[in-house]
Design a protein around this ligand. Structure first.
Ligand SMILES: Cc1cc2nc3c(=O)[nH]c(=O)nc-3n(C[C@H](O)[C@H](O)[C@H](O)COP(=O)(O)OP(=O)(O)OC[C@H]3O[C@@H](n4cnc5c(N)ncnc54)[C@H](O)[C@@H]3O)c2cc1C
Length: 472
């Protein structure tokens, strides 16, 4: 199909130029004459953190499903990441994983992931979009309101405030055939909709008061271990702290710690190292204690899981959709946010493709899209919140887990337990595929894995020794 026959409107506007907004903008170029990205920030001149995405200094893992989608939308992106120095990591063979049941058994699995900083990903994607003629970027542009369509059924554009060269803020209206809100956790869409006379979406919040601290270190030239990354998982409710070390571009390690209220990470170097030392294995501490730190310790307090139920609005605002963290944001330790944002962008692509195939128009898109997005968000939401439910500081749970949920939680623990011994490599691989959103959690309930669990329970339940792996 040529581009002209798939055009559904003159202009689409995307609010927010982070991962959800950038991916969505590329997709919208298939269906709109022009796509305008409105970003309150300035895009950086080189790969570096920016104010509008405060979390981007923290460790980010792009799950394999997310990497597959970004590669589909931007063919060749993986090669660009590698050329910029992203590290290739066998997620089972190269990562020392201390889970609540012991050290994961490492073996060469072929399950390869790329490890890089969050800001280099955004920077490469931004540069891809700069090459596309029909995309405009309006930087230092803040969306303040939605404009109502003349027929009163939906949205016809946005009100913006732009900073001009003298720093003065100029207000204007920008009309659009479709407005996409990808403005992240701080999205004002509920207030915008309210001021147009719509109801606001219901909201579910489940939080644990998590605090993060990350720091970059130079990988020493004499580093010779046979692993590339370390993940010391929390074991709530007993132990809420965790630590991670991964290699990224420029021969750096990114080292992150995380804990829940009342334990909060501090910017103080001694306190940061002490947390690493007190983890059930001091392996990360021993690895970085003499390494050269490249950055200060960066702290971030993510707000936690929040789901806005746009799919339940009785009157859907036509020509306005919301995706990414603006709809569903997660406790970050499960690494799902960017991948779920990418899945949302692909779902929008599907919906728009269907409209083109049916030679239809944009009316009804909002309802169909938000319902489909809600289904996509459901599983990662359960994955994140069911884990968070184990933390003593959790807030927002309205019901205690049902017997079925308790069984699922117990069963998942048994699967994780299997990863600590040599004989269960297929199970470890299946679990990794589930973690990376390539397969559904249902895969882990197949008879072959269930039988392994049973045999393990009937056999011995050997204890682990966390310090066994510590580097000196
Ligand atoms: C500590 C931490 C660690 C994380 N680790 C991971 C990880 O390992 N893996 C993973 O996949 N995810 C991770 N995440 C989640 C990930 O950062 C988010 O899911 C992802 O950035 C969501 O992208 P988004 O585009 O929806 O929103 P955001 O990244 O929040 O971007 C929103 C954009 O909108 C702009 N904006 C906001 N309001 C306006 C406005 N009114 N007008 C114009 N522009 C506006 C902002 O400047 C920003 O550019 C982590 C999050 C945190 C907090």
């Amino acid at each position: 199909m040529n581009r002209q026959s798939s055009i559904l409107g003159q202009r689409a506007v995307v609010i927010g130029g982070s991962i959800a907004g950038l991916l969505t903008a590329r997709i919208l170029t298939n269906y709109f004459e022009r796509v305008t990205i409105l970003e309150r920030d300035c895009f950086p001149k080189q790969p570096e953190p920016r104010k509008g995405i405060p979390q981007c200094k923290q460790l980010h893992i792009l799950l394999t499903k997310g990497r597959e989608i970004t590669e589909e939308v931007f063919p060749g992106l993986q090669d660009e990441l590698l050329a910029k120095g992203a590290a290739t990591v066998d997620m089972i063979g190269d990562v020392e994983w201390l889970n609540p049941f012991g050290w994961g058994y490492r073996f060469p699995s072929g399950f390869m992931a790329l490890s890089f900083s969050r800001y280099i990903l955004d920077w490469l994607i931004y540069h891809r979009l700069l090459e596309i003629d029909c995309i405009d970027f309006l930087e230092q542009t803040y969306v303040t309101e939605l404009l109502k369509s003349e027929d009163g059924k939906g949205v016809a554009g946005v009100k913006i405030k732009q900073r001009n060269q003298t720093g003065e803020k100029i207000e204007s209206n920008l009309s659009a055939d479709l407005v996409v809100d990808a403005s992240g956790y701080g999205s004002s869409a509920p207030q915008w909709l309210k001021s147009l006379g719509y109801e606001t979406p219901e909201e579910t919040r489940i939080t644990t008061g998590m605090g993060y601290a990350s720091r970059l270190y130079e990988i020493p030239s004499n580093f010779q271990e046979n692993w590339k990354g370390i993940y010391i998982q929390a074991a709530p409710p007993e132990r809420t702290s965790m630590g991670v070390l991964y290699p990224i571009e420029n021969n750096h390690w990114i080292v992150g710690i995380c804990d829940t209220y009342p334990n909060q990470p501090s910017k103080d170097e001694n306190a940061f190292l002490e947390v690493l030392k007190q983890l059930p294995s001091p392996i990360i501490y021993n690895t970085v204690k003499n390494a050269k730190a490249i950055t200060p310790i960066e702290i971030y307090h993510p707000p936690g899981n929040r789901l806005r139920h746009y799919e339940k609005l009785t009157h859907q605002p036509e020509r306005f959709i919301v995706l990414g963290d603006a709809v569903c944001s997660f406790t970050p330790i499960y690494g799902q946010g960017m991948t779920v944002a990418a899945l949302g962008a692909m779902t929008l692509n599907d919906c728009l493709e269907n409209i083109v195939k049916k030679r239809s128009n944009l009316s009804g898109l909002t309802k169909i899209f938000q319902k489909r997005l809600a289904k996509i968000n459901a599983n990662p939401w359960i994955a994140a919140t069911s884990q968070d439910a184990k933390y003593p500081s959790v807030k927002g749970l309205v019901t205690s887990p049902s017997i079925a949920e308790k069984f699922i939680g117990w069963y998942m623990n048994q699967v994780i337990r299997l990863t600590t011994t040599a004989n269960y490599s297929q199970t470890t691989l299946a679990l990794t595929e589930v973690f990376h959103m390539l397969k559904s959690a249902g895969t882990l309930f197949k008879p072959d894995i269930a039988v392994q669990i049973l045999k393990k329970i009937l056999g011995n339940n050997s204890q682990y020794s966390p310090n066994q792996k510590s580097s000196s």
